[in-house]
Design a protein around this ligand. Structure first.
Ligand SMILES: [Zn+2]
Length: 279
């Protein structure tokens, strides 16, 4: 499906209208950034996405390519998440807004929009499918291991089976290599330090700032754990968990086991011979 590449230049007189950015190291809030880019950025409209770019860095071709990619990503993630669901209208066709800027340090999303670092969009390493999954499956009562594991799992699955790229931050081999990566982390002190936070509510201390020592092992093992769940349970049975008001109760009733029991099975599976590594 092709979309009319309508470039809506909201303010092309860059340099005149653009306010000077904050000094290096300053944080700009999501609210300030979205307000600024909505007014002074370059906005591209697609059927399911509105993407605002900081002007002056990406070429028109690069912006159009990413707008098409993000829009297709929404359709692909949605179709994977609801394909075997009883409610095909889920997702509702709501547009998702993306803000792409050099002022974004770390990719993230909130219930209103997705924020991506411009450099990662330019070099095609942005975790746009991961953040899109957060928007389409908000998973409000989910513990961090589940919502982050799910977003990373879906990002890898869609890029491996449908299209787009895997913006995996802590792994380069997607779902195909995730069990090997998780096994490697498990064997290390840094991995052992975050294992207790898988399967429970709560998150490891310092996960927001200690990316290399805490976030990396946590995200990798969470993706492996969710992959194990999807493969054992099927996405159809796991689906009600995303919307549940009580994650633990729904996991138990939908899958027949609680998170601690699933974790034991997942760890046992990981400890099997490396022959199972590529499953
Ligand atoms: Zn995430």
């Amino acid at each position: 499906m092709t979309y009319t590449a309508t470039i809506c230049v909201l303010a092309l007189v860059a340099g005149i209208l653009l306010k000077p950015g904050p000094a290096k190291g300053d944080w700009i809030s999501d609210r300030e950034l979205s307000a600024d880019l909505s007014t002074n950025g370059i906005g591209l409209e697609r059927s399911r996405a509105t993407i605002f770019f900081e002007p002056g860095v990406l070429s028109s071709e690069e912006m159009i390519a990413f707008a098409d990619l993000a829009n297709q990503g929404i359709l692909d993630v949605e179709s994977y998440l609801v394909a075997d669901s009883l409610d095909p209208n889920r997702g509702g066709g709501r547009k998702i807004r993306y803000f792409v800027s050099t002022q974004v340090q770390i990719s993230h999303s909130n219930w209103r929009a997705i924020y991506l670092p411009l450099a990662k969009v330019k070099n095609q390493t942005a975790p746009y499918l991961h953040e899109t999954t957060h928007m389409l499956a908000p998973c409000n009562d989910c513990p961090m291991w589940f919502s982050e594991g799910l977003a990373s799992y879906v990002q890898s699955y869609v890029s491996e089976h449908t299209g787009g790229y895997d913006g995996g931050i802590f792994t380069r081999r997607g779902n195909r290599g995730i069990n090997q990566d998780a096994r490697r982390w498990l064997a290390s002190d840094r991995g052992q330090a975050v294992v207790p936070f898988l399967g429970i509510h709560g998150e490891p201390p310092s996960i927001d700032w200690d990316r290399a020592n805490v976030a990396a092992p946590f995200y990798v093992m969470a993706q492996s754990f969710v992959k194990f769940l999807v493969e054992r349970v099927t996405l159809l049975k796991l689906r009600p968990v995303f919307d549940a008001k009580d994650f633990d109760a729904e996991l138990q009733s939908s899958t027949g086991k609680n998170a601690v029991e699933w974790k034991e099975l997942w760890l046992a599976d990981l400890s099997l011979a490396p022959a199972s590594a590529t499953r």
